[in-house]
Design a protein around this ligand. Structure first.
Ligand code: URA
Length: 423
């Protein structure tokens, strides 16, 4: 077998057979297929696609490139959630302790932000002392003690995906449904969860800009999970405007703690509860009541145990940015659009995100929203507050926000987009 013949097969719109897929991913993981060859193959897959059987084999080969975790010794059913990524998407933070408070074990392997979407680990690292890197034994220990753990995936889990995702990121080959589906599902299946709820985002701030693509991605991932014995469900949810009222690291932790304390923005609460119900149903805990666990403080108790078990201080003051600037409403009327992608890019430019994997992030940077689509605003009132330690970035962030806001005169109809678009 050689890499060039595998590339030619896909370049010429052929099907990759099982032996070709197994060989190319194993050889790439060992370093015997070069990055430039894998880039060419990824581009051929992006342009010419893969059928369901190819995607299934590709996913199985990525799983086989590393170790598989096993939570079968835990006394509770396991449930996990994965979001395809968005702006202000802090849902994992309240959701994992909430579902654990309702009786499931939640092993939540999470990632860092790249580009305009935030990363769960970056957010949690704004809590003084909190550690994302745990050994497998430590992870299991936190899961046993607290019921939930949120940490980085170890190097041994789907190493083929780790290499390939970094390569796709710099070769314009991220936006391929077969490659995204196999990348996400190989890690989730190798992680060993019994059930999985996928939050597939749709809209300007998401990978999938329209409902048809999001549906195809969702059904591909649900098929892969089900074939591997993981009870898998997907919700399609709106990402045309940011979730909640914050996009940034410490800013989003603060908002998540508000949700755990029984408050917080209504969209964050709605999505947290909807995903919790799906996770509990998939884990066979359909009689649990997540709204009660938020209201009675039991989800907050799990949060505090989980943060403490990972070295963090749940009572510590969260970092704030050194400088703030206000963006005001351009006109009076009803705010009809506040674009998620623009807010995500602004938060990223202010220092909340990174341009390269090795860049640091600012804990306090980001964007705070003072109104959401549907709200009435007055010209000149504060619409957004920009937070950063590097005030020279304000102008650059403002550029990202140009054209991001629409305000319509009174009497103009406003049709709210439902948060949950499909299941
Ligand atoms: N997240 C992943 O883990 N992989 C992708 O390909 C895209 C998003």
């Amino acid at each position: 077998m050689d890499a060039v013949s595998v590339i030619r097969t896909k370049r010429d719109r052929g099907r990759l057979d099982d032996a070709q897929i197994d060989w190319v991913l194993a050889a790439y993981t060992r370093g015997e297929v070069a990055d430039e060859q894998m880039s060419a193959l990824a581009m051929a897959i992006l342009l010419n696609g893969m059928d369901r059987a190819e995607i299934a084999r590709w996913t199985a080969a990525m799983i086989a490139s590393g170790e598989r975790m096993d939570f079968s010794a835990l006394p509770r059913p396991t449930a996990d959630k994965h979001s395809t990524g968005g702006v202000g998407d802090k849902i994992t933070l309240p959701l994992a302790p909430l579902v654990a408070a309702c009786g499931a074990a939640v092993p939540q392997l999470s990632g860092r932000g790249l580009g305009h979407t935030g990363g769960t680990l970056d957010k949690l690292e704004s809590i003084p002392g909190w550690r994302a890197l745990l050994s497998n034994d430590e992870m299991l220990g936190v899961l046993r003690d607290a019921g939930a753990v949120i940490c980085a995936a170890g190097d041994g889990l789907a190493p083929a995906d780790k290499k390939l995702y970094a390569l796709r990121d710099v070769t314009g080959t991220v936006e391929s449904i077969p490659l995204i589906a196999s990348s996400i599902m190989s890690k989730k299946i190798a992680e060993g969860t019994g059930s999985l709820v996928l939050d597939v985002k749709v809209g300007s701030g998401a990978f999938m800009k329209n409902l048809a693509d999001a549906r195809e991605l969702a059904s591909t991932m649900v098929g892969l999970g089900t074939d591997h014995g993981v009870r898998t469900v997907a919700l399609l949810t709106d990402m045309s405007t940011p979730l909640g009222l914050t996009a940034g690291n410490a800013l989003e932790v603060r908002e998540s703690v508000e949700v755990l304390a029984g408050g917080g923005p209504s969209d964050v609460v709605e999505l947290t509860l909807a995903l919790a119900r799906e996770m509990l149903d998939a884990a066979g805990l359909e009689h649990a009541d997540p709204a009660k666990a938020l209201a009675d403080g039991s989800a907050m108790d799990v949060w505090r145990r989980m943060i403490t078990a990972q070295g963090g201080d749940p009572d510590a003051t969260l970092p704030t940015a050194r400088e703030t600037e206000t963006v005001t409403a351009p006109a009076s009327g009803v705010l009809t659009r506040l674009d998620a992608y623009a807010v995500g890019v602004a938060a990223w430019r202010l220092g909340a995100g990174r341009a390269r994997k090795e860049d640091p992030v600012q804990a306090g940077a980001g964007v705070e929203l003072h109104a959401k689509p549907g709200d009435t605003v007055t010209a000149g009132q504060p619409l957004l507050t920009l937070h950063t330690d590097t005030p020279e970035k304000f102008a650059y962030a403002r550029q990202a926000l140009e054209g991001a806001v629409d305000v319509a005169g009174e009497g103009t109809g406003f049709e709210p987009v439902p948060l949950i678009l499909g299941r």
